[in-house]
Every structure is written in C-alpha cells, then in structure tokens.
Design a protein around this ligand. Structure first.
Ligand code: FSO
Ligand code: SF4
Length: 542
C-alpha cells in the first residue's frame, strides 16, 4: 500500500505498512481501486455528455459517495469497497454500451472484472498513487483527487437534503477523467487545481444553501457540555439529515440525543434546536473517541468520518451509516435522502446506563454568516475603535498529534484585542479556554463544521465590502489553519481561488506536495507551515 492523503502520513512521507489511522493495507488498496474505477466511470460519463447524452443523477451520486467513502477515517470495511467497485463497474458497463465512439478510451475506462479479481487488480502498477511516476504530476494529481474527495463530501451532504448542482458533478467527473490523461502537463494540472478550488466554492455554497434552507440560519447558542439523567444516543460525524431523523424517531421515547465532535454545530440551527431531547454536546474532537465513547455508556451513531478503530468494550454499541463503516459494527442502511430506521439503536439505548459526566458547563457558538452579518455594526465599530485589532481564521481539523498543542498555545497567546474565527473540529483546541469577549463579541466565533468554512469566506468578503477594500488581503485578517483530511484540502483550494494569500498551514505541510509543487504554492500564494507560537505571533502581528 501507499497512502499519503492525510496529515498523519507516516514520517510525513506516506503509510506503507498499514495506516497510522488504522487502515489495513488490503483496505487501502481496495480504496485505490475504487478511485481507479470511479475515474474510469467518469471518463465514460464525460464522453457520453460530449455526445449530448444524459447521465442520470444516480450515477453522479454513486461517484460522489465512492469518493467520500475513501476519505480518511470514513470506512474501514473491505466488503463495502468490494460492493462499491462492483456497482461502479456494472454502471460503467451499462453506460459504455450507450457510448457511440469508444475510440481512445483509457485502460481504466475499459476495465471490466468481477470480485474474484479485485484483490489482484488492486495490486497492479496502474492502480494507486504510485502509478504516476513523475513526482510533480503525481503530487498535483493527488492534490486534485483529495480536493475532489472533500468536494464529494460536501456534495453528498447537500444531496441528502435534496440539493444538487449538475455543473459541479460534471466538473468533478471531467476532472477525474483528466487525471487519467497522460498528455496533461504540470502547467495544465496547476490550472486544474485552481479550477477545482473555484468549483469547490460552488459546492460549499450549495451545501450552505441546503443546510440553511432546511434548518434555518445558525443562531448564537449556548450548548450544554454536561449530561442529563436519561439514557442517551451519541451522534458523531457531519450528517445533519441523519441527526434530524434520529431526533424525530427518539421523540417521546425517554432517550436523549447528544452530539459529538463535528456534530456540535447542529445545536445552532433553529430547526434542530427545537428538539428538547437534543441535550448537549458530549466530549471533544474525533480522536478522543476511545475514552469518550467508552464513558458515554449508550449507543453511538457515526454518520461520516472521523472514525477511530473502536475498542471491543464499546464496539457492540457503535453503529455506522452513510459513508462510514467498520467491520463488525452494525451499519444502518439507507440511500441518499431516504428514511432510515434507527429503531435498533433506540431500543439498545433504553437498556443502557445514562452517560457518565466528563465535563460540565456551556460553550457558545452559532456565528455563521447571517448571525455575524446581524452583528456587523458592532463588529465594524469594534474594528474602527481599535477594540478589535485583528481576526485570526483558525479553522480546520483537530488530530492526535502532540504538535497540535501549538494551536491551544497560539490561541492562549493571542493578544486580547484579537478574535478567532473558527469552523471544524480544530475548535476543540481552544473553545473551552474561556478567552472572554470584546464588548460582547466572543473572542472565539464558531461558524460550525468544517463544512461551514464557506461562512468564514463570506464573513471575510463582507468585511472587505464594509471597509471598502480592493483586496481581501488588506483586511486585518490572518489565516492559521490546521488540516487533517481531504475536506480541508478543498477548503484550502477554495481559499486560494478566492485570492487569500499567506495562509499558514499546520501542524505539518502535506506529504503529497512535492518540493516543486510546494514551491508553486509558496511563490504564488505565500503558503507556509507553522513555526513556534512566539515566532508565528511576531510574523502575524508584525
Ligand atoms: Fe474534523 Fe474529521 Fe470536520 Fe474533518 S471530524 S477532521 S476536515 O473529518 O471533517 O473537522
Ligand atoms: Fe496514512 Fe492518512 Fe492514508 Fe491513513 S489516510 S493510511 S494515516 S496517509
């Protein structure tokens, strides 16, 4: 196996003997084969469209879910990958029969096989990251692939709520097909990377529309981090649609529902916070699952990544759904947007002890774009009076690396006239520090999930407009972003497309950036890694 798609890539080079994330070599190879099959299918759909033929939305959804399923820590179940590869090949065979001109199709587009051959095929040199020999082309192809995986996650979340964007699907598939095309030069791939960021913005805008029109605009909300007396179900991951269905199905059963990690922002939505048995948020970021899931006592529903391979002590009460999966854990089925049956989880919860209290108190969030726009006068006044000197976008991911303590220390060391804008599980590094407020504006403004990073871009653009600036980079705004998996990659590409410069990215720069590709990012966008808190503060505050 060779995988270097996330921040935990072994030695910051790549995992070869098994993933630091717990992914086994055979699973890694099957994931690569699923990507290979998805690229082949995308070449066929793209050619069909070029012939003026329609591609059904089901095929778009199959491709997005394929990509999403291979995101770090989403799915560890080989059976899922066997099934998805087979499904992809079946759909492709059907579409190939509709294609009039099959000339020039790639090996991936023409590949047909059955299950018994997948294992061998997955080991062949044309499959996987190392199939591209040139390190710069490999770096760019993977940068684009990971961006598309992140975008696929956003699209899937929008699809669940009944929203879709044909243009985004067409772009994703045309791009996947281009990644099979050896005639593309490094310059072509650089251009395609930036275009991916542009379409990433469209995907993020679509998800924002899906979330806010379904659940209302997030509002300032205090979220309880203690526990109640009833048994509970803990919901993690990012899928608000799953959470809503579970809330409906648990109403009046005496079972409470808690959020974990990236599900915390669900509390900010008016249509979700109306459920009285949505009690609070339990625990912290994804990587603390082992202790926190154990202490929770009740069933846990994982709706997306990030899943840590579970301990036996709670494996029998861990359920997955959607893109998430783990061998031996019960998976709740249900296609995109369909009604799911969570009764087994609810029945199990009734037999469980209430959660053990691990924290008490409240955290405040809900500062997505509309809520911040409502406070715009106050914010502008604070900037004009000098009460707020600078905003720091510290969005992104958390992770178990010790070096991520940097973000806690950085937040603590920031001067009191600065405000942190955050989204994603990165917030758990500083959202319980009680950093106070500036004239009633909290110093940590949480816009939501990493999926809501779009809000931060809108806030920055709004500030640019209010202060009548030409360029977003003239704002008193700095970017110190933590990344872990591929959704952070599409956020990064989207920010680059929006013209944001001098982003600091940590705790390490991606292993998949070759020295030359890294150089392009440094020279054109001023991207840099992180240093010590002291040195970085000097750089940021001049
Ligand atoms: Fe975190 Fe995991 Fe949201 Fe990621 S839970 S790390 S970027 O999946 O998705 O922030
Ligand atoms: Fe390694 Fe990350 Fe790939 Fe897992 S997802 S195998 S930790 S690079």
């Amino acid at each position: 196996m060779f995988c270097f798609q996330c921040q935990e890539a072994a030695g910051n080079k790549g995992c070869t003997k098994g993933g630091v994330c717990g992914k086994k070599p055979d699973t890694a190879r099957l994931q690569d084969l699923l990507i290979y099959a998805s690229k082949g299918l995308s070449e066929v759909t793209t050619k069909l469209r070029n012939e003026g033929k329609e591609v059904p939305a089901d095929v778009d959804h199959l491709i997005t879910l394929n990509l999403f399923t291979t995101i770090t820590n989403a799915n560890f179940d080989n059976d899922v990958f066997y099934d998805r590869i087979q499904m992809t090949l079946n759909v492709k065979a059907d579409l190939l029969s509709q294609l009039s001109n099959k000339e020039g199709l790639s090996e991936a587009a023409l590949w047909t096989s059955d299950r018994s051959e997948f294992e061998e095929k997955a080991k062949s040199p044309e499959v996987g990251v190392l199939s591209t020999a040139d390190e710069d082309k490999r770096s760019l192809r993977e940068l684009i692939t990971y961006g598309l995986k992140g975008l696929a996650a956003y699209m899937k979340h929008a699809n669940v709520l009944g929203f879709d964007d044909k243009e985004v699907n067409i772009f994703m598939q045309a791009t996947l097909a281009k990644l099979l095309d050896d005639s593309l030069t490094v310059d072509d791939l650089v251009a395609l990377t930036l275009e991916t960021g542009k379409v990433g913005v469209s995907g993020m805008a679509l998800l924002d529309k899906a979330n806010t029109s379904t659940y209302g605009n997030p509002q300032i909300t205090k979220v309880n981090i203690g526990v109640g007396k009833n048994p509970g179900i803990l919901v993690s991951g990012h899928d608000l649609g799953d959470l809503e269905q579970l809330l409906k199905q648990t109403e009046g059963t005496g079972v409470d529902v808690y959020t974990h990690s990236e599900m915390l922002p669900a509390h900010y939505y008016p249509h979700l916070k109306k459920y009285k048995h949505l009690i609070g948020n339990y625990g912290n970021a994804w990587w603390k699952q082992k202790e926190e899931f154990e202490a929770f006592n009740g069933p846990i529903l994982l709706t997306t990544n990030c899943l840590v391979p579970p301990k036996d002590t709670y494996k029998d009460r861990l359920f997955t759904t959607g893109s998430a999966g783990y061998p031996g854990c019960k998976h709740i089925p249900g296609a995109t947007g369909s009604e799911k049956d969570f009764s087994e989880i609810i029945e199990l919860a009734k037999k469980c002890q209430p959660p053990k209290e691990i924290e008490t108190g409240e955290i405040v969030g809900g500062f997505a774009h509309e809520q911040v726009f409502a406070l715009a006068d106050k914010v502008v006044e604070a900037v004009k009076s000098g009460a707020i000197k600078k905003f720091f976008v510290m969005a992104g991911c958390d992770g178990r690396a010790k070096t991520r303590d940097y973000y806690t220390e950085f937040a603590k060391a920031l001067p009191e006239d600065t405000v942190i804008l955050t989204a994603g599980c990165a917030k758990y590094r500083y959202n319980k520090l009680n950093l106070g407020d500036i004239g009633g504006i909290p110093r940590v403004l949480d816009a939501g999930q990493c999926n809501d990073s779009y809000s931060l871009a809108l806030i920055a653009l709004k500030l640019k407009e209010v202060f009548e600036l030409e360029d977003i980079n003239e704002l008193p705004l700095a970017f110190n972003i933590a990344w872990y998996e591929q959704k952070a990659v599409i956020v990064l590409l989207a920010l680059l497309y929006l013209g944001v410069k001098n982003i600091h990215l940590g705790p390490t720069l991606p292993a998949f950036l070759s020295p030359n590709v890294g150089k392009v990012l440094v020279e054109n966008f001023g991207i840099s890694g992180v240093g010590t808190v002291e040195d970085d503060l000097k750089i940021f505050l001049g």
